[in-house]
Write a protein that binds this ligand. Structure first.
Ligand code: 1HN
Length: 365
């Protein structure tokens, strides 16, 4: 048994620990090692009406020039102390490219995806391959590939940007290089990767891919996603079908760090409650409905974007046939053998409805 210990000697001990850059584990062990994940990331939704209007205002007020490079509004999760991150691991944003504008070439270690929400006729050039972008298309800009965006049309275009940037930042693994001296890379052709690798399950036998862990196919068309998810839904006879955009060489995720998915929901049936480790950002491409995240109802329609934190229980309930595009950090968790997920039996009790900020403002006198 230790002898009687004075408060003063304890206080001095803790002060000395601090002065020597040491922290005792015992007061913080529960916080460091919670029984189940306790993310700072909170469930949150951004309305398309707001995103669209503010992106358009950015187009009127802020030019794209060297330095800034991109006209991008980042989704800033309110749980992350002002960081420009949708979740602790995922970057999500809307990017606005005005008529006749281009965004100059650069490359970086974070991998990125673009999912087109509005407009038509822009292309993203990825290592010389100009990938044409139409609504509902997914374009990859894998880690360290040169990329720039060109809008030769008279209409603006808006797309969703997803990146693994917060993860790369946490790993202190970010490198960046501007394409110089020209603003844009030379275009070798349009949709080259699609012509080579876009043949669904019939693929080149003798062609080495320059990319190793990322998909050599750089663009996935809405028409193909639509056809595939429709076929799956009909075949399964259920009200929910999920597709993954894959690397045709491996069947694995399109990027080694980011999973891209399309979820089609039919109205009338609430999906079974589900939770998984790792966060997701959902982009509503089509339809209307709501999702219940840890008991909170999030109503959504076209263009609305919402975040589901790690280990949050999720259910969807569509009121119209709906297509939700989603990104997640699942490939990282799987690669590290720490991915967990489960289906739950009991529907969640709905305890509240999420009210986006702009509706709160509208309610003000
Ligand atoms: C980036 O390179 C793009 O190329 C978009 O369009 C968003 C966010 C953070 C860092 C780099 C782009 C980005 C980004």
């Amino acid at each position: 048994m230790p002898r009687q210990i004075s408060q003063r000697s304890l206080d001095e001990f803790y002060a000395d620990l601090g002065r020597n850059d040491l922290v005792p584990l015992w007061p913080i062990s529960n916080e460091l090692m919670p029984v189940t994940p306790r993310p700072d990331t909170v469930a949150h939704l951004w309305r398309w009406k707001t995103l669209r209007a503010l992106a358009e205002r950015a187009g009127e007020l802020v030019s794209i020039d060297r330095g800034g490079d991109r006209r991008v509004l980042a989704l800033a999760n309110p749980g992350l102390a002002g960081a420009p991150y949708a979740s602790s691991t995922l970057w999500g944003a809307v990017q606005y490219l005005g008529p006749r504008e281009s965004a100059p070439g650069h490359r970086h270690t974070p991998g990125a995806i673009r999912f087109v929400l509005e407009g038509d006729g822009v292309w993203t050039t990825v290592d010389g391959d100009a990938c044409d972008m139409h609504p509902g298309d997914l374009v990859l800009t894998p880690s360290w590939c040169w990329h720039d965006h060109s809008n030769p049309t008279d209409q603006p275009m808006i797309w969703f940007d997803g990146l693994d940037l917060p993860t790369m930042s946490a790993l202190d693994a970010i490198f960046f290089e501007a394409y110089e001296p020209d603003e844009l890379q030379p275009v070798q052709g349009h949709n080259i990767s699609e012509r080579i690798w876009g043949g669904r399950a019939i693929l080149p036998r003798d062609r080495d891919s320059q990319l190793t862990s990322s998909s050599p196919l750089l663009v996935y068309r809405w028409h193909d996603a639509d056809t595939a998810v429709d076929g799956l839904l009909r075949e399964e006879g259920s009200s929910l079908a999920t597709l993954q955009y894959t690397n045709p060489l491996t069947g694995g995720p399109a990027l080694p760090t980011l999973a891209c998915e399309m979820h089609r929901l039919l109205p009338g049936a609430r999906s079974r409650p589900y939770r998984k480790t790792g966060s997701s950002v959902y982009v509503v491409y089509r339809g209307a409905g709501c999702s219940i995240i840890d008991g909170q109802r999030f109503e959504w329609s076209h263009g609305d974007t919402f975040v589901v934190p790690s280990w949050s229980t999720l259910e969807h309930d569509a009121t119209e046939p709906s297509d939700l595009f989603a990104i997640s950090d699942r490939p990282i968790l799987e690669a590290l053998h720490v991915f967990r997920d489960e289906w739950l039996d009991t529907p969640q009790e709905v305890t509240g409805t999420f009210m986006p900020k702009e509706s709160r403002h509208e309610l003000r006198p």
